[in-house]
Design a binder for this molecule. Structure first.
Ligand code: C2E
Ligand code: MG
Ligand code: MG
Ligand code: MG
Length: 279
């Protein structure tokens, strides 16, 4: 059975199918092989990010995709947690940074101008590795690229795992020139006392609050609070998961500067992204 030859039977490998230990071990093994051989199973897709007031493109988030030779597409919601529990996030991070740098260079040499920054997801394990800031700066510079081109998304819950180290490493990343955004913000129980010590540039409002902000006053209030908190701390805010005009308008009205979501654009292959968004 090959996914490509029978599209009717094509299905997503989901969290239930990967709940058994044996399945998870097998997937981890396949993922490791895919990372090492880099034979095209893994790729990056790019989702545009916009200035909400001017509707101009300000960058893109790079998101990983895995086309498994037998199981078909496996979502990062399934394979990232497996990679995390099996200590593979360093390998993932290296692969993603390299792929993102190569893509920026490929667009450049094709004459497609990429504005703003490329946002890259950084796992909690990286923020517990004291060598990470120096490594990632050297790595992007080895491609002839500058850290100013990148926004690193660090999850709020990941930062809280070892907050003192995370504050120190965030400081080094920021000094190196990377922009720092706190991803899935609002879901990770960080205290204001810690937040004000974090040299982050942006709070990225979790999509769970954006999704319900029209119908649930509580979620609307949480979004308003996050935007106000950002303003107080000197950080901008970006909303993820914007699926309607009404949500975009409500966010704009609250003073949220940036946004990302299906309303503006889905994650796309490099070719589609370039033809749709890059001049
Ligand atoms: P995330 O970083 O919070 O990424 C946002 C997720 O929301 C993406 O799912 C994106 O496709 C999806 N999304 C964007 N706009 C909308 C929208 O309007 N509506 C809805 N319903 N969803 C939207 P994706 O690509 O499946 O990634 C899921 C998670 O997997 C990411 O959450 C991130 O935590 C992780 N991930 C993905 N790629 C990487 C990677 O390269 N490295 C690491 N460490 N984690 C990654
Ligand atoms: Mg993200
Ligand atoms: Mg997010
Ligand atoms: Mg999220």
């Amino acid at each position: 059975y090959r996914a490509k030859s029978s599209p009717q039977r094509y299905m997503f490998y989901n969290a239930d199918m990967s709940s058994g230990l044996a399945e998870r071990i097998a997937l981890a093994r396949d993922l490791k092989a895919a990372l090492q051989s880099d034979d095209g199973q893994l790729s990056l897709v790019f989702q545009p990010q916009f200035d909400l007031a001017t509707q101009t493109l300000i960058g893109a988030e790079a998101l990983m995709r895995w086309q498994h030779p037998q199981h078909g597409p496996i979502s990062p919601g399934v394979f990232i947690p497996i990679a995390e529990e099996r200590g593979m996030m360093l390998m993932i991070c290296h692969w993603v940074i390299d792929a993102a740098c190569r893509q920026l260079l490929a667009w450049q040499s094709a004459g497609a101008r990429f504005p703003g920054r490329m946002a890259i997801n950084i796992a909690a394990q990286q923020m517990e590795d004291a060598a990470f800031p120096q490594w990632v700066e050297r790595r992007v510079r080895s491609f002839g690229l500058s850290p100013e081109l990148f926004e690193l998304e660090l999850t709020e819950s990941g930062m809280m795992r070892n907050i003192d180290l995370a504050i120190e490493l965030a400081g080094q990343l920021s000094d190196a020139g990377f922009t720092l955004a706190i991803d899935d913000f609002g879901t990770g129980y960080s205290s204001l006392a810690y937040l004000k010590q974090l040299p982050a540039d942006k709070l990225k409002i979790d999509q769970s609050f954006v999704r319900n902000m029209q119908d649930h006053p509580n979620d609307h209030a949480i979004v308003a609070t996050i935007v106000a908190m950002g303003r107080t701390l000197g950080m901008s805010t970006i909303a993820e998961g914007i699926e309607s005009d009404a949500q975009a308008a409500a966010l704009r009205q609250l003073g949220c500067q940036e946004g990302q979501g299906y309303q503006f654009g889905r994650p796309e292959s490099p070719e589609t992204f370039a033809s749709r968004w890059l001049g």
